[in-house]
Design a protein around this ligand. Structure first.
Ligand SMILES: *[C@@H]1O[C@H](CO)[C@@H](O)[C@H](O)[C@H]1NC(C)=O
Ligand SMILES: *[C@@H]1O[C@H](CO)[C@@H](O)[C@H](O)[C@H]1NC(C)=O
Length: 646
């Protein structure tokens, strides 16, 4: 699947000519210092991104730590998605010249004096204890740290730790396992040296000049450099004392080696990172698992549609002609109530409008991601794309909401338009705002700068709200949707329901199957968000999206049919909630994930985790609810337009 899609992208790319590259993704050629030309450069710059940790939700900028800084620090511009995700990229003092090997170069030296305060050192120590990870970038590629697991499998991580610790009872934590020299109990070690290996393709037998970088790897090391001038990268590791009693120095250094390898293609330079994350088998397993559920549900639905419904309709229409209406039972009986407008039609129509907006947004985003336009190489593109699409899709939201509201017989159209434009985005924005205050208080890089906040508000009120109004205008202008059967004056009594056809158990059951289809995928998505693993399996994700669409629709239709047979005609809200309940399972899963996978202990981190989770759950609720509602709506219209009523 992934391969097919990549091939498709390649075809697309070559079709549009080799000049077609997304911004930031164009290849850069390098050549040696003496041979610099217009189209190639010799300086290789290393950029540093924010540091993050699986044990804390708060990311921090590189500059928040007292590491070596670039004298003329620059911040390459970031897109909206990156800013929202807390990415902050800055230039660094690590600068290399192409194909010039260097060993043990000093970068800078930091001195800490207990007399003048050591808060900067304490911050580094805290960062090491929480296992914060560096994220470095060379030529728009992550600098990876590859290591072997005990079972001999290689794993390449796009980040490396600041340091590692050994606890008081001698437990070797995190990265300290890589070297037996880390052996002192109750000690913090700092990785103050990196060995960098840059692999390049020399450009031989290719249609471009100069060399192109195809991989950048590093190995974090720890050396207690002594002396001020000549440093030798050897000897015992650099430990940070618990309590500083005298002056303390940290020297940072690096070595760099250039390797030629003409077998790796530039276009597939990300592959080694992705291949080391061997999750494809599990992915296929998850897809198979979901397909079984889909087949099972489809079988059930097909059986009902083709046999039971067919029989029902034949029987109903026969009874009609023989004028023996006394023996009527089942779903036909409620035909006079089936389209009776729901209670709280305002809220339902608003949810449907916003659900439609989210649905279209997700579909387009995933489709583009699938084609490779939003690959991890194009940082932040996924989030930017989603936000921009959401803003532009105000019109369908307004239209659907207004049209449904009119169909429900509502008359307060002004409130309807305003609620559609403001309700759920308002909740999400308020949630974001509160979290932003916490992030600001903690000095985290994930805090959204004031300018961006204003820009988001401007996009919301300047583009999205007017577009929603436009959609609502068209929605109200059209006639209300006509129903296939007329509604009686007096509502029918609903008979006492058995346990399984009562509203609540039905709703709870409805979400189980769709959730069963997605929970393995969900694990990877949560991992990519909270443990900062790269997510790239968009082909699978698109498949899961389709599967979710099918299961949500089918489960809702199935339950809807059972309820109608039990002569309970309150289906509007129930169909929305039946598939929307998948979001509640999502929430339960997120809570489980929090306690089983993450080692978050800080209160601020916990609040943030649940703040972000609430946003996810709300969006997912609207998304799945809308799918279920429209599936059920289609089904109900279908069956009541086929059956004859007098
Ligand atoms: C740099 O070091 C690597 C590995 O030792 C070696 O293969 C390569 O030829 C060296 N490059 C230069 C320009 O010396
Ligand atoms: C080049 O890279 C490939 C794939 O990683 C590897 O199998 C091969 O040994 C490398 N060749 C050289 C000369 O290092």
């Amino acid at each position: 699947m992934e391969r097919c899609l990549r091939l498709l992208l390649l075809l697309l790319g070559s079709g549009l000519g080799s000049a077609f590259y997304l911004p930031g993704l164009a290849p850069v050629s390098f050549c040696e210092e003496q041979k610099v030309k217009d189209n190639c450069k010799s300086q290789i710059e290393l950029l540093v991104n924010r540091l993050d940790s699986a044990e804390s939700v708060l990311p921090y900028e590189y500059d928040a730590f007292d590491f070596c800084k670039d004298e003329n620090e620059r911040h390459p511009s970031e897109n909206l998605g990156q800013v929202l995700f807390g990415e902050r990229i800055a230039s660094s003092p690590y600068k290399f010249t192409f194909n010039k090997n260097e060993t043990c170069q000093k970068v800078c030296q930091k001195t800490y004096d207990p007399k003048s305060g050591v808060s900067a050192l304490d911050f580094i120590k805290k960062g090491i204890q929480l296992n914060y990870q560096h994220h470095w970038i060379i030529d728009n590629m992550p600098v990876t740290w590859c290591y072997y697991f005990e079972d001999g499998q290689k794993y390449c991580s796009p980040g490396f730790p600041v340091g590692c610790t050994i606890t008081a009872d001698g437990r070797v934590k995190d990265a300290c396992v890589i070297n037996s020299e880390f052996n002192k109990k109750d000690t913090i070690y700092l990785f103050n040296h990196v060995d960098i290996i840059i692999t390049y393709h020399s450009g031989k037998d290719e249609n471009w000049d100069g060399a192109r970088l195809v991989a950048a790897r590093l190995e974090p090391k720890s050396y207690k450099h002594t002396g001020d001038k000549a440093i030798k990268c050897e000897g015992p590791p650099m430990e940070i004392p618990k309590d500083l009693t005298s002056k303390f120095q940290i020297t940072y250094s690096y070595s760099v080696i250039f390797q030629e390898n003409d077998t790796i293609k530039w276009a597939s330079r990300w592959d080694y990172i992705l291949e080391s994350m061997q999750h494809t088998n599990i992915q296929w397993f998850s897809i198979m698992n979901s397909l079984v559920i889909v087949l099972f549900l489809s079988g059930m639905v097909a059986m009902i549609m083709l046999r039971t419904l067919h029989k029902d309709i034949a029987r109903y229409n026969q009874i009609d002609s023989s004028e023996d209406a006394q023996e009527e039972f089942g779903w036909k009986l409620v035909h006079g109530d089936i389209f009776r407008p729901p209670m709280k039609g305002m809220l339902l129509s608003v949810f449907l409008g916003q659900g439609t907006q989210i649905f279209i947004m997700t579909f387009i985003t995933l489709f583009l991601a699938c084609l490779g336009f939003l690959s991890p190489a194009n940082r932040g593109a996924l989030m930017t794309c989603a936000v921009v699409l959401w803003v532009l899709l105000g019109t369908p939201a307004g239209y659907v909401s207004a049209r449904m509201y009119k169909t429900f017989g509502g008359e307060r159209w002004k409130s309807n338009v305003l609620l559609t434009a403001l309700l759920c985005p308002g909740i999400i924005f308020a949630d974001f705002f509160v979290m932003n205050v916490i992030l600001l208080a903690k000095g985290s890089s994930a805090a959204i700068p004031f300018g961006t906040l204003v820009a988001i508000l401007a996009m919301w009120f300047g583009i999205s709200v007017p577009l929603t109004f436009l959609g609502a205008y068209f929605g109200f202008k059209e006639r209300a949707i006509e129903h296939p059967v007329r509604t009686n004056q007096i509502p029918r009594q609903i008979p006492t329901q058995s346990f399984f056809t009562k509203p609540f158990p039905g709703i709870i059951m409805g979400g189980i199957l769709p959730f069963g289809c997605i929970f393995i995928q969900l694990f990877f998505i949560l991992n990519s968000i909270w443990s900062h693993q790269m997510y790239y399996m968009f082909g699978f994700l698109f498949l899961v999206f389709i599967i979710l669409l099918i299961t949500c629709s089918e489960a809702t239709i199935l339950l809807c049919y059972f309820h109608l047979c039990a002569e309970d005609y309150h289906w509007w809200w129930r169909s929305f909630l039946t598939s929307g309940f998948t979001a509640v399972y999502l929430f339960i899963y997120a809570v489980h994930y929090f306690f089983s996978k993450l080692q978050i202990t800080e209160t601020a981190s916990t609040i943030l985790y649940f703040g972000y989770t609430m946003i996810m759950v709300l969006i997912f609720f609207l998304f799945t609810g809308t799918i279920g509602f429209f599936a059920c709506y289609w089904f109900v219209r279908k069956i009541y337009s086929v059956v004859k009523v007098d």
